[in-house]
Ligand binder design. Structure first.
Ligand SMILES: Cc1cc2nc3c(=O)[nH]c(=O)nc-3n(C[C@H](O)[C@H](O)[C@H](O)COP(=O)(O)OP(=O)(O)OC[C@H]3O[C@@H](n4cnc5c(N)ncnc54)[C@H](O)[C@@H]3O)c2cc1C
Length: 512
């Protein structure tokens, strides 16, 4: 009888799991998760990701036990663990979902491919969401995405025959033993499919009403947004399952114009963007460390300023909205899209910091860190894709728009609680004598901004636009567009009747 190993990676569920279902059909199987020390020591990993994975593995273990099998958590580099397992069990097939991860996982997969070839082991890698490997015609991408996500969910196998490795396998190592960054925000979301379904149900049944209009302000976003992202990142639920649940909720609305229906349609667009962005990294793994448009090479790389980065990352860059967002991120492991874009725009323009080290710092802090989305967004918000119109957000104006009474800022920066509304977003402008008279606070409230916003932004814009205007940079733009750009729906083509995804480039024009 055929013997297969099912290698769980970022697909920590038994539902809608093509790798598990195919292996179960083919004979007996052994389910494993590999704790790979070198990956966990990467500069984009942190304890919160690991803790979330361990929580999710506990749920997965229970689900597999119910199916009559179990999960073996093994520690070591993938090839070495697979070789050990093979020596003990002589398995002939390996199943795992295709993964579009960071560069380290990409190199690991190449090594595993080589090992499988050498040992004559077949490696089946079904896709797990609308991201496609190999030659891709970008014009066909949207249709393929729709097709993949409209297919019925893959049923959970009813009968699993399993085999086990001869050795007992020990407990997973601690984050400390793995030597990774120990960041673990006290109020982060907990891992596992049970939690994922609770979050999704709560969103669909109660919170989705506030999605439209609620997702841009950091005050309302924590409850208005779905908060499904870390569960998608680690595969506790599939994109397809979430997509179909949301589509079903839309259909159950009395008309397509209800606030909830409109909000849910926007959410579907975002599920589409999820894959759209990951596809960029799948098509070009170097995006994690190389400018998408090479014409921007050298724009900021040689101007690194550690003092500015420390001020930003320690939440003391001086603009209250930015420092409050960093404080929230450190406490919860999450912040909404608009505030992520604001942090990165501030880092990239007035602070003129290269996106790569800033991106590693944020990756450790985002519980939902998904390399494909993250690095594409880091580059987009820093102006190095060459195909997006640069968005340069003003941290004072964004605060006025999204936190007009300073409630968010006061919540996360206790030193500003007594500051009157008039100065809340620019506390360095309070006249000294007034500070003493009108409130109990005495200067300095918080450190003043590390650079002058207006001057620093003007210089940054000038450098960026000079680069954009260079003939060789303009010439290269269309090649980047063909490879990575989103496709607008041709005007003469009818809109699909089901939930229509909006193109990723339309995200800035949506009115949230
Ligand atoms: C600089 C930067 C870095 C980011 N890094 C990540 C990351 O590492 N992982 C991640 O999941 N998202 C990332 N995002 C996108 C977005 O901020 C998060 O997906 C969102 O805040 C997650 O919260 P939610 O699940 O409540 O989102 P919802 O608004 O409820 O959206 C539902 C899902 O759609 C997807 N989605 C939403 N917005 C986007 C977007 N703009 N691009 C691609 N997919 C999207 C996510 O899978 C999300 O879970 C980043 C955005 C920026 C600006």
């Amino acid at each position: 009888m055929a013997k297969s190993v099912v290698w769980f990676k970022k697909d920590l569920r038994v539902q809608d799991n093509a790798a598990l279902a195919s292996a179960a059909k083919s004979g007996s199987l052994c389910c494993i998760y590999i704790v790979e020390p070198s990956l966990w020591r990467s500069p984009d990993a942190s304890k919160q990701h690991y803790a979330f994975v361990l929580e999710s593995l506990r749920d997965l273990y229970v689900a597999l036990r119910r199916l009559g099998t179990t999960l073996h958590v093994l520690t070591g580099e993938a090839c070495e663990v697979l070789a050990r397992l093979h020596a003990q069990t002589q398995f002939d097939t390996l199943y795992s979902h295709q993964e579009t991860g960071n560069y380290a996982s990409y190199m690991r997969d190449l090594a595993v491919k080589g090992w499988c070839k050498k040992e004559n082991i077949a490696w089946h890698e079904p896709i797990q969401f609308g991201v496609f490997r190999g030659h891709l015609n970008r014009d066909e991408w949207q249709g393929r995405w729709n097709q993949h996500n409209s297919q019925a969910l893959i049923p959970v196998p009813e009968h699993i025959l399993s085999f086990a490795p001869a050795d007992g396998w020990g407990k997973p190592p601690s984050a400390e033993q793995l030597g990774m960054s120990l960041l673990d925000p006290p109020q982060r979301q907990r891992g596992g499919r049970t939690q994922a379904l609770e979050v999704l149900d709560d969103f669909l049944n109660h919170r989705s009403e506030s999605y439209r209009g609620g997702i841009s302000s950091p005050l309302t976003a924590p409850t208005a947004c779905s908060r499904i992202s870390p569960y998608l990142t680690h595969g506790c639920v599939s994109v397809r399952e979430v997509f179909q649940r949301v589509a079903h909720a839309i259909e159950s609305e009395p008309t397509e114009d209800t606030r909830r229906a409109k909000g849910l349609r926007s959410m579907v667009s975002r599920l589409y963007w999820h894959c759209h962005f990951i596809q960029k990294l799948e098509s070009e793994p170097a995006l994690e460390f190389q400018n998408m448009h090479r014409g921007y090479d050298g724009l900021r790389e040689n101007d690194w300023n550690e003092e500015r980065f420390s001020a930003l990352s320690e939440g003391r860059c001086g603009w209250p909205m930015i420092d409050a967002c960093v404080a929230m991120l450190k406490h919860t492991g999450w912040i909404n899209f608009r505030m992520r874009a604001l942090i990165v725009s501030t880092a990239a323009y007035p602070l003129w910091l290269h996106w790569k080290p800033v991106g590693n710092w944020l990756a450790q802090h985002f519980l939902d860190y998904e390399p494909g989305i993250h690095w594409s967004q880091m580059q987009m918000q820093s102006g190095t894709t060459g195909i997006n119109i640069p968005r340069i957000y003003n941290p004072i104006k964004q605060a006025q728009d999204h936190d007009p009474r300073g409630v968010f800022v006061r919540k996360w920066i206790p030193a500003l609680r007594q500051v009157p509304d008039l100065w809340i977003f620019e506390p360095w402008t309070i006249p000294n004598d007034l500070t003493r008279n009108v409130s109990k606070v005495s200067p300095p409230l918080i450190a003043p901004p590390i650079v002058d916003l207006e001057t620093a932004t003007r210089i940054a814009k000038q450098k960026l636009f000079e680069r954009r205007a260079q003939p060789e940079v303009l010439a290269e733009k269309s090649a980047v567009l063909v490879k990575h750009g989103s496709r607008k729906r041709p005007a003469n083509r009818a809109k699909p009747k089901t939930v229509p995804p909006q193109t990723a480039s339309s995200q800035h024009t949506l009115d949230f």
